[in-house]
Write a protein that binds this ligand. Structure first.
Ligand code: KIV
Length: 272
């Protein structure tokens, strides 16, 4: 029996805030397709993130920048068709919200209407405050994303830990408070020191979901293909692998290859 408390029939943005208030940790994983989302939802994971990490994991791009709004909507609608319980949060991809609040709203409306997702996620703090406010005003729930924001990789130059320096840590704390104040329902903190993440989580009432942000936050998120070991060259310190599917799948494909080549597959029971 898993430790997950499954008292929420359907997870909503309100349930997440309640979970934080009750000290219940929040589980979140990515998914980009129907079959994976069905398994993740069935396992009791609270939030499914249709992350723009689909750009890396599904399409093989080096960064998250190339994925388009149409592609995100395709992935998100596949996920939404699979779920019974989890809350589905969809990333606004690079270029779909940075230019002005109207564009951010238009992109969010397309996601909500065309995919059936329940909320959107955007990367950044005060630079995109007006866009977030515009989206929230339309009744669309928003999850923030601070710390390492992969859509800004060419500004940072590396994927190393963020906000080690005081100036950046102060800005991050201010941004988190601002996101709470304007009405975001949660915030992702990616790759920041654990002490800073804990301080942020304790300073705001909305849930802080960490990835590489230690255990002092209100929940955790991982990219599903990383945690089941389908991707095997990505080995950051924060990643816990629960399976080695790369090895398992390679073995299965090799055995199938051998069976086809040797004529062992299909056998008499496997034909009509
Ligand atoms: O796109 C993504 O998968 C994400 C998570 C790493 C938080 O934003």
């Amino acid at each position: 029996m898993s430790v997950a408390k499954k008292q929420y029939k359907r997870v909503t943005v309100k349930s997440l805030v309640d979970m934080k208030a009750n000290g219940e940790k929040i589980s979140m994983l990515t998914a980009y397709d129907y079959t994976m989302a069905q398994i993740v939802d069935g396992a009791g994971i609270d939030v499914i993130l249709v992350g723009d990490s689909a750009s890396n994991v599904m399409a093989g791009h080096e960064t998250t920048l190339p994925i388009t709004l149409d592609q995100m909507i395709y992935h998100a609608s596949s996920v939404v068709r699979a779920i019974n319980r989890s809350l589905v949060v969809v990333d606004l991809p690079f270029g779909s919200y940075q230019s002005d609040p109207k564009e951010a709203l238009r992109s969010s409306i397309r996601i909500m209407k065309e995919s059936g997702g329940h909320a959107v996620k955007l990367e950044g703090g005060k630079e995109i405050k007006e866009s977030i406010k515009r989206i929230l005003k339309a009744g669309i729930p928003v999850m923030g994303h601070l710390g390492l924001t992969p859509q800004s990789i060419y500004k940072f130059g590396t994927y190393t830990v963020r906000a080690r320096e005081e100036e950046e840590a102060i800005k991050l704390k201010e941004d988190a408070k601002m996101l709470e104040r304007i009405g975001c329902f949660a915030v992702v903190l990616e790759k920041v020191p654990a002490t800073l993440a804990k301080e942020v989580a304790e300073s705001i009432s909305i849930p802080v979901i960490g990835i590489g942000a230690g255990n002092g936050v209100d929940g955790q998120v991982l990219v599903v293909h990383d945690m089941i070991g389908m991707t095997h060259e990505f080995n950051p310190r924060f990643l816990r692998r629960y399976l080695d599917l790369h090895k398992e799948m390679t073995g299965a494909f090799q055995r199938y290859n051998d069976d086809v080549k040797s004529g062992d597959f299909p056998n008499e029971d496997e034909q009509y």
